[in-house]
Design a protein. Sequence first.
Length: 388
Amino acid sequence: MARIPGFTSTGSKRPEALFGAAAGTTGVPSRMVRSYGCRVVDESGREYVDYVMGLGAVALGYGHPGVTRAVQAAAADGAVGPLPPVLEEEVAETLCHLVPAMEQVRFLKTGAEAMAAAVRLARAHTGRDLVLGCGYHGWLDWCQPTGAPGVPPAVSGLYAELPFNDAERTRTMIRAAGDRLAAVIAEPVIMAPPSRDWLAVLRDESHRAGAVLVLDEVKTVGRVAVGGAAERWGIDADLVVVGKAIANGFPLAAVGGSRAVMAAASRAWISSTLATEFVSLAAARATLDLLVRERVPEHLERVGSRLLQGLARLADRYPERVPGVAGLPSMCMLRFADDDVSSAVAAGCAARGVLFKRAAYDFVSLAHDETVVDQTLDILDDVLSALR
């Protein structure tokens, strides 16, 4: 009898999420035992080149030796204790140096937690309740749509979706919310880079309304630039939420911003027993150092560009199956004609030793190189050509 309802505790790792209708068929893996570099080993011992990369949480490659040494030392030092570790302030100092808009930070374990903390800070700072958001911000109640099972309508009624890269509709919605608006929250990349007009509207209209502008950089930090989209596109936010790649797969996230808004953290209760365990903080210190020293976003841009350009060629070759591509070099994807095609491609790639997603996003890492990418593109070509 299965002990985990829904097969796994991480929704995006369910077989049907990864492989669609092909889940459970021959050649499609369901559980893993090991990961290293850009490769994963399933429970049968079969190896795959991976582009899921821990759902974007791994930018350096799995089991990077520099990170592994750091976490081994932290674990040997006891991992957690009754006092905040010196390492907490050290990593906070590094983040504030690297991420624009961060003057102070609070640590948590997941991106969803850190986003919820950002909303609480914004509400405490403004004394308002309404939130407008654009993108995926996690599973917690505050950002779920009306009618979501288990979410009180009174809670979901305090949240509405903004359109990505639509400056005029975004302006209209923010102005309509007016003085009820506590926060405007945006993922800066959703299948495409942000337009300058849209970013300007987010900034100007949020301030006009007296709301807090929150940038959700959980997926983009350490990828599009070390300091995320805020660095790459010069986005001026009041709060920034980071996670995933900052600790190369170890559970750590942070919310940070101006001292004026972060002062609300002394009034609003935001706390977690394991927010200050120092294995993940040690992983973050090592990871952030490597992101800078190894110029990781430049590598991701170069290798990812090779992948994205190859995907575009495949879209041109098989337009009836792949109408196009989306994303940026470091986080891109094929746009499939329908679920049947995406399932068949994901399963076909797995049968040939590649884990390639059927939806957003496929991620490259420091462990991927041009040879690996070229081999992957050849496999995708074979799989697409074999479809009927």
